[in-house]
Every structure is written in structure tokens, then in C-alpha cells.
Design a protein around this ligand. Sequence first.
Ligand SMILES: *Cc1c(COP(=O)(O)O)cnc(C)c1O
Length: 376
Amino acid sequence: MSKNTQCVHSGSIADGLTGGLNSPIFTSSSFRYVDMAENVYPRYFNTPNQTAVSDKLRALENTEAGLLFSSGMAAISAVVFGLASGGDHVVMQRDIYGGTHHFATAEFERFGIEFTFVGSEVKEFEKALRDNTRLVYIETPSNPLLRVTDIAAVAQLAASKGICTAIDNTFASPINQNPHELGIDVVIHSGTKYLGGHSDICCGAVLTTRDIMERIKASAVNFGGSLNAVTCYLLERSLKTLGIRVDTQNRNAMALARHLHGHPRITTVYYPGLETHPGFEIASKQMRGFGGMLSFELDESKIPPDRFVRNLKLITPALSLGGVETIVCAPALTSHVKVSAEDRRQMGISDGLFRLSVGIEDTDDLVADLDQALYG
Ligand SMILES: *Cc1c(COP(=O)(O)O)cnc(C)c1O
């Protein structure tokens, strides 16, 4: 089945009682155990609504197993703590979601997990590998500078040494990029973003092989970050339109990137779909669409960042991303506020940098709002 068909049909629960077209919501947290194949319980990740959605995501990412979590960070922490123990070493891309960066610096040491941050070039990953490296963790396109990592090359390098690989695929969504098909073991999503898509739910997902999932699940049931039935249902409802939402977001983002590139009040545009972007060639190889995220730097001598934000009428300055509405944020004040100023500088995140999460509005309205704010 193709992506849009999977979005609509995969994993749905047939409603034998009424013949209704939608999966019923099963709210029980207590299930009979006599004559049941397994004990069912929400924190065991095996209730009907959890399974329905993880089956749909499994189809979309083409993996054997899937697990839903109560947030993206619950998914990320379950993967790291499921696959690495005290004394192990993790190699992590430096240019990643601020929360993941903070998770590593704040928690790994307490659990005895060593780690090394590296740039997105494959040779940097290679240099950082040690005898006790158990996990290589990447994010592409990355947050917030849309750097592109060569997924197949990192997967091949790690596999040649028997090391597990994980990717945060949130920015691309399963519509634009399927890393498991390129050799990555574990695919992670913050479902709060494109999968949910309407800025109204918080959830996460892990997609991988049956064997690796067993290890992740074994510790995930102890950490307890499972997802409730009602949010599972909202996620299932959202996923039916994932394909058409992301296609529109891809088109809008490309149009805005072209408009802002060379704009008299913008110094730099970061979008992997621009031929001038350093990751364009690799992105073209591993992505079907370039995504709805782009970043740009204002010419602060012509328009102060604060005035630009206050001038916007349609585009809202807001946290998070991936919704149907276009929002803008300054990473230095939001997603990366917990990263030290020193680390931010090293990551290339200036105070005049803005990240745009492009929605599904009409392109012309978005262009007009950006222009009036840049000149106002
Ligand atoms: C938001 C985000 C996360 C964390 O997800 P939560 O649902 O907020 O826990 C992880 N990775 C990326 C790329 C994100 O954008």
C-alpha cells in the first residue's frame, strides 16, 4: 500500500458491534486475564488503541514493531535506557533537538553512560566510536539549522561494528523519509509534532525490529511512559491526513524558502530543498520531500528581531512545530533555552535566528505576512 492509503487504513480496529467506520475507543485499564493470550494493561503498551496506532506507524515506517509513548522525550529516553547501560558509550549528533541535548548532559552521567557529541559528517562519527560504544544517535534534518546527515552512510558504519543506530525522524515525518529502509535500527518520533499535526496532543513513538523492541520495551514498562486510549484515538484520527498535510507543508516551505532566499532583509536561509544548502544532495537522495521546517537569519541592522515578531499578524510566535498553522520561534529563547550560551554559539544558533514551522495555509497569505513584518 502507498503512504496515503496506509495513513487512512492501516491498523484500524473493525467495529463489529455497530459497523461504524472508526476505531472504537477502549478506555479500560483493567482487562480479564483468564483464557487471554497475554495480560493486557496500558503500561504494558498492549491495549487495543495503542496497538491500532502503533500498527499504522509500523506500516508507515516499514518496521516489524512499534510502541507509543506519552511524549517524544519518553520515547527517546526509553530507547537510550533500553539500549545503553552504565559503562556503555553513546555517540550523539551535536546539532539536535534541545531537549535531547539536555537529556544527555543532565542524565547520562548519573546513570554511568558515557557520551560524545559529534558534527553531522560521517567521519566524525567514525572518529568518536569506542570499544564500548553501544548506540549511535542522529537527527536529520536537524533542529534548528536543518543540517543533513547521510543516513545510509552512518547506518553502514555502525552496522559494520555491530553498533545499534537510532534516529529522531520527527522533522521529516514518515511521509518524507523512512530511515529503517536505509539501514537505521530504531526510528523515533515526537508525535506531538507532525504525527499529531494539530498542536493539541503530546505523544511519541518508537519503530524498530522485533528483537530490538523487546529490549526497549523491557525497560520502558519500568519507566512507565505509555499513552492513554483517548490520545491514541486522537493520534489515529490525525494520522489519516498526515500525507496530505505534509505534502502541502513541503510545497509551502519550498515556496517560502525561495522567497526568503536573497530577500533584502534576510541574511541566510536554511532549507534542505534549496540547491545552495550544503545538505541538498544528500537530502535529495534520502528524502521524498524536504519538509515543512526552515530557518532564517534576519539582517538585524535593518529589522530588529523583536520588532519582526511583533509585526507578524497571521504567523504566530509559538513553541513546538508540525501543526496545520504556521508558527515562528527564536530557538535561543525557546527550544534551545536550556542549552548554555557557549554551546549555542558552538551549534551556530544566533539570537537573530528564527525557525519557521510552515502550516497548510495558502502560500500567498504567508508570503504577504512575512513581507509586511519584515518591512513594518
Ligand atoms: C519536540 C521534539 C522532541 C521532544 O518531543 P516531546 O513530545 O516534546 O517530548 C524530540 N525531538 C524533536 C526533533 C522535537 O521537535
